[in-house]
Every structure is written in C-alpha cells, then in structure tokens.
Design a protein around this ligand. Sequence first.
Ligand code: GLU
Length: 427
Amino acid sequence: MTAVQSVERPTMECETQHFLMAQRQLDEIAQEMGLDPELHERLRYPKRSLIVTIPVRMDNGTVRSFTGYRVQHDVTLGPAKGGIRFHPEVNLGEVAALAMLMTWKCSLMGLPYGGAKGGIRCEPWNLSLGEQERLTRRYTSEIINLIGPDKDIPAPDMYTNEQTMAWIMDTYSINVGHTVPSVVTGKPVSIGGSFGRTEATGRGVAYCARRAVSHIGLKKESPTVVVQGFGNVGSITARLLHDTGYKIIAVSDVHSGLHNPKGIDIPRLQAYVSEMGKVKGFPHADEITNAELLGLECDVLVPAALGDQINDRTVNKLKCKIVVEGANGPTSPDADMKLHEGGILVVPDILANAGGVTVSYFEWVQGLMHLFWSEEEVNNRLEQIMGRACDQVFEMTVKTGLRPRMSALRIGVGRLAEAKRLLGLYP
Ligand code: GLU
C-alpha cells in the first residue's frame, strides 16, 4: 500500500508558510513514529474549509465586506472543536494550521473531538461594539451549515470573548427556531456557560508551569516568572502563579512591558489594567520593551500573546529554564530545536494551553446533560486531565529523548491514527 505522492499534486489554497510549518511538524513526527503512509496522508490536510464574505453595515452608514473562515481539520473522534479569532492577520492558511493544532490538542487531552478553527480578518480594536455584533451575527449565519452541537462547536480565541459566544448562540438559535446553548462554549454562565471556563486556559498554563518546575527539580520557594501578554491567558496565569508564591518579575501587553525584579503585585496590576485598559503607567515597576522582556533572566517564561515570538531573531536572547506556551504557536520549529539543545524545557502549546478546550468540553457535557457542576468540581477535573497529559508527555520525553513538543504530538497523532485505522477508509 502506498500513499498518493504529495509532490504530484497541485498546491492547495491553504498552503501558506504557516500551514506548511504545521504540516512539516506532522511529517516529522510521522517519520519518527513510523506512521502508516496512508494514515499520514489523510492527516496532512483539512477536511473542510469555508471562506465567506461578510457584509456589515458600519456605524457611519456605509457597508464594508470582511472575509471570514471556518476550517475543520478532522472529525474522526467527534465534532470539530476550536476557537474563532478576530485579527488582521487571519487567513486561510493560518486558520487551517490552527485547526490542525486543535486536532492534536483534543486528541492529546483525550477529548472526543476533532480540530477546527475560525476567524474573521478585521481590526477588532477599530470596531464599535455594535459593529462587532453585526459582524459576528452575519458570520454565524454564513457558516451556519457547518456548526452545531454535534458538528462543530466554536469557542473564544484571540479578541473574541463570552459576549461574542452569546451572539453566536443567539443567531444560531434564532435560525433553527429554538435555544441551542451547546452550539458554542465559553459563553456566559447565565446562559449555560461553565464555571471556571474564563480562567481555564490560564489555570492550565499555571498548572503546567508548576509541573515543569518540579520536573526539572528546581528547588526554589519563589521561582521567577516572566509573562508576555496580559490578556485573558497571561493575566490569569500571572495571578494564579502569584497566588501560589511565584514571583512575577515582568509582564507586557501590546503597548509595553513592566519589570520589577522584586516581583510585581499582580492583583494590584489587574485592578490597574481593568481601569486603564493597559499596563503602561503602572507605578510600581519600570517600563521595558517586549524585546527586553524576552531576554530577562528568569525560571519560567510564559509567551501568552501572539504566535511566532520565539524565533531565529529572538531565541538566542532567552535566559529562562522553562518556556510554557500560553499562546498558540509562539515558538518557531527551529527555535524549538535550539531551546531543546540548550537544555530549556518547553511545555508545548497543545499541552500548556489545553485547559481552555478541556473546560469547553466540560461546558458542552454539562449543557447536553442539563446538569451543572460547581467551580471546584470543574477545577478538580481539569487538574486531573492536565496532570495525566503532563505525565504522559514528560514520560514520553524521558523514554524517547524526543522534544516535549514532539512527544505531545506523538501521543496526539498516535491516538487519532489508531482510531482512523480501526474505522478504515470509506468507501
Ligand atoms: N481557542 C482555544 C484554543 O485554542 C479554545 C478552544 C475551545 O475551547 O474550543 O485552544
């Protein structure tokens, strides 16, 4: 049995640099684990990709067209699952690459989902709330045939939040004629969301940071932490680590960074940011640039902002012992290799930030059961699943000598490949 030779095929529309990078990562692990070439071939491309044009009436009365995407990479293990992002850099290749990552993430965590991602190319910070609502509702209506509680379940991602999910739920429900809370996760608790979902990604990142610290045998009472990004993931991670006695010596947002070697008072900074909208001007720390922040000496570095932050240009500056990837794809493949060779432990995105989709899964389950759990129950279950996944990845790393990212991929890809092998190829 031989697989179709990829080289003989015309280029696919999604094959941007970003997508090819995700695909190369799969190719690398497929070779490493001796994956059946037919199964490998079937995992290399997204299953479904939809591009839509979204006309929106702007506040000034004009109509503007936006481009939106929804890509389902795989649906073997269950409905597709993944966030929706609003960002000017969104394109088909990026969404397809992130959908592929979601497949590996869900499989690694043992969730009964395939991977998806969606997005709208826009500058959300230049849109009023009303424009964002009309954009979200029309996008939902354009992708309505793809989504549904048994088909594909969106969630928040960059620059979307629980309000965005409420609009999607409402638009979907109106179109089908009855309320369907389980069409999205990450919605407000008052309309069927789960306790603990908003904090879940940061909670998982903080949990992984603590596990990584004990994995490398660091015996310090207050390990030092640098967090890049102070949005949902970065701020919650910083807060939870601060509360467990870690010293957060630097943080940043899109505008600027803060540094205080004695430790930043995170609860106070959170209060400042909720009032001012940015970290700049916080009185109890020095201002630094993002580039300086990445090069600070620390125990744990948490990139929780954009993708491609640790790359050829920045990797040599890093002076941390551990990187815990709060963002999706913050480290380029070459930089990942360099960090590993330099003895820096990288907890990869598909493990480190999987707390979000794990509690999304809990939200979906609770919604389908119409039975809701306490925050304590949600957090306990999250720790159980994160702990198991961390153990499996660290064990695989020790056993095989693979980088943690490759170990995580090997587990995720391996499980899915086994399912595909058992189900066979139709017809
Ligand atoms: N957008 C998040 C992620 O990248 C969450 C996805 C979800 O909850 O479905 O993992």
